[in-house]
Design a protein around this ligand. Structure first.
Ligand code: ADE
Length: 248
């Protein structure tokens, strides 16, 4: 996958893109990321990219021309490539949206700054708008990093062969089951017997039940759309009858 990122602050991306899994994905040729400074597309000698809003009011607005020309130059002639503006006004980013975007061979991410971008950029150069949650950040750079991270780990080969991204929290519409590793006892906390039993069927059943229980306790809203069998719905009904839920 190739991702172009348009930003006024390319150096903000240095750490997150050059460490760990994203670093390896780029070294292995599974992911390429190009950063483009929007200021390079300014047309005056001061490299101006923002201006005061028509109608007055506080803050500055990102100008239509530098941003539009930057998008056109970076995207090229292929109108099928998604050009995504990061903005608190966009559709909310979820694991489903990450899966959707991971299917594209190319993406262009546009990081908004200041109070917003000139509306004509939206109308002519942007194909999608995404928010990473109902709060306002100082710009789209951190949201772009979140999106790149979430998408990259879904690209086949980016995570190790033994990693099943399908088992992630949210991928199955449920939160993930609890994890344990050695030692079997720490202070007086023990690893559940079933996980040490070697019985893979029993382990799978336990994990599925714990995923449902944890989701019911922490994020019951997810259960409305989760894909559960009849037996699992009965299990859920039993949980819901418990007066004092056991923390999961
Ligand atoms: N820019 C500022 N806040 C944002 C948010 N929550 N999501 C995406 N882009 C943003």
């Amino acid at each position: 996958m190739h991702i172009d990122i348009l930003t006024l602050f390319p150096s903000m991306f240095d750490g997150p893109l050059t460490e760990s899994i994203l670093k390896r994905a780029q070294e292995n040729g599974l992911l390429t990321i190009h950063l483009h400074n929007i200021r390079d597309y300014a047309t005056d000698k001061h490299h101006t990219v923002d201006d005061t809003p028509y109608g007055g009011g506080g803050g500055m607005v990102m100008m239509v021309e530098p941003l539009t020309v930057a998008v056109e130059d970076v995207r090229g002639p292929d109108a099928g490539i998604p050009v995504i503006l990061l903005t608190p006004q966009g559709r909310v980013f979820t694991q489903q949206v990450a899966q959707e975007l991971a299917q594209y061979p190319r993406l262009v991410l546009v990081c908004g700054r200041y109070e917003g971008v000139d509306e004509r950029v939206r109308r002519s150069a942007i194909t999608d708008e995404i928010s990473i949650g109902d709060y306002v950040l100082t710009g789209g750079e951190l949201p772009a990093m979140v999106i790149v991270d979430a998408i990259s780990r879904l690209i086949p080969g980016v995570l190790g062969a033994r990693w099943a991204a399908e088992e992630d929290s949210h991928a199955m519409g449920l939160l993930e089951y609890p994890h344990y590793t050695r030692p079997p006892v720490f202070r007086d906390m023990v690893v559940p017997d079933v996980l040490q039993s070697g019985d893979h069927g029993a382990v799978d059943a336990w994990r599925r039940r714990e995923a449902i229980r944890r989701t019911w306790y922490r994020r019951p809203d997810l259960l409305v759309t989760a894909d559960l069998s009849d037996g699992e719905r009965w299990y859920l009904a039993d949980l819901a009858e418990t007066d004092a839920p056991v923390p999961a």
